[in-house]
Ligand binder design. Structure first.
Ligand SMILES: Nc1ncnc2c1ncn2[C@@H]1O[C@H](COP(=O)(O)OP(=O)(O)O)[C@@H](O)[C@H]1O
Ligand SMILES: [Mg+2]
Length: 265
């Protein structure tokens, strides 16, 4: 049994409702992400938000990241401060990068916004991250010269250099082949191990990959007869001993949990 404690609240969404005109997309969403502390281990949180296609994940993602205001409800961070646009690193599904800048120029721009990075350290930081993410030989290229996987990695580094403690990724596993999928999983684990407070929020419809990576999974789905999607269940993967283990996919409890979630979506 791995030892851990849940401590202070890092992010809290309360009573989130979202309407487009008459149409309710999200209803009464409450979710709370706490700092999980493991004695002797530096590790952040990995939270996944699962739901079927069209249910409202991207809308909730935009609200959690401060990019969009809900019709009602609040999103707050540490010390109950409201989350503002720019507080979070955001990796969109289409890996948005500046098309007219080289990867290095985009990364420099991101690094300059990070108050914790000294200007003299920026070049080293970029080179180090590029090495880690296998992008060294692509730094002087433009986004359109990169493959989808390379764009995704560049986009992740760009957000890491920003220095925010939250990294939100919308559908980070879609459109990847098996080998690339493994690499992205490995890379996200590396990111979560880089810092005690780093929190990754993965928005996905890929149940198995999300459960394998996360310590907590929130299920977004529709409730019988009620409009809009809401969090119908929070699955604590630490409690089920499915967090932080390398070969988690071979466990019986893993298969059970995946089945349980499938039945809910
Ligand atoms: N600007 C908009 N106006 C009206 N409806 C929208 C708008 N954007 C999204 N929606 C609707 O919100 C719902 C949820 O969409 P989305 O969050 O993209 O789903 P998911 O990411 O889970 O696939 C969909 O039914 C979609 O049609
Ligand atoms: Mg989406």
């Amino acid at each position: 049994m791995m030892e851990y404690r849940k401590e202070e609240i890092l992010l809290k969404a309360e009573k989130i409702n979202l309407f487009f005109g008459e149409k309710q997309v999200l209803r009464d969403i409450d979710l709370c992400i706490k700092n999980i502390v493991r004695p002797g281990v530096t590790q952040g949180q990995v939270v996944s938000l699962l739901g079927r296609s069209g249910i409202g994940k991207t809308q909730l993602f935009r609200i959690l990241s401060g990019l969009q205001k809900p019709t009602s409800g609040t999103v707050t961070g540490i010390d109950n401060k409201p989350i503002m646009q720019g507080d979070m690193g955001v990796v969109f599904q289409n890996y948005y990068l500046f098309e007219w800048r080289t990867i290095r120029q985009s990364l420099e721009l991101a690094a300059k916004k990070n108050p914790q990075l000294k200007p003299t350290d920026i070049k080293d930081q970029i080179d180090q991250q590029a090495q880690l993410f296998n992008l060294t030989e692509h730094l002087n290229k433009y986004p359109q010269q990169l493959s989808g996987g390379q764009r995704q990695r560049a986009s992740i580094i760009q957000q890491l250099l920003n220095g925010s403690n939250f990294l939100l990724l919308d559908e980070p596993f879609s459109g990847l082949d098996v080998i690339m999928l493994e690499k992205v999983v490995e890379l996200l684990l590396k990111v979560s191990l880089s810092d005690e407070l780093k929190t990754l929020i993965l928005v996905s419809h890929d149940i198995e990959t999300s459960v394998a990576l996360a310590d907590t999974t929130f299920i977004l789905a529709q409730e019988d007869g009620k409009p809009g999607a809401t969090i119908i269940k929070e699955v604590d993967l630490c409690e089920r001993e499915l967090a932080w283990e390398k070969d988690v996919k071979n466990k019986k409890e893993f298969a059970n949990t995946v089945q349980e979630i499938k039945a809910l979506l």
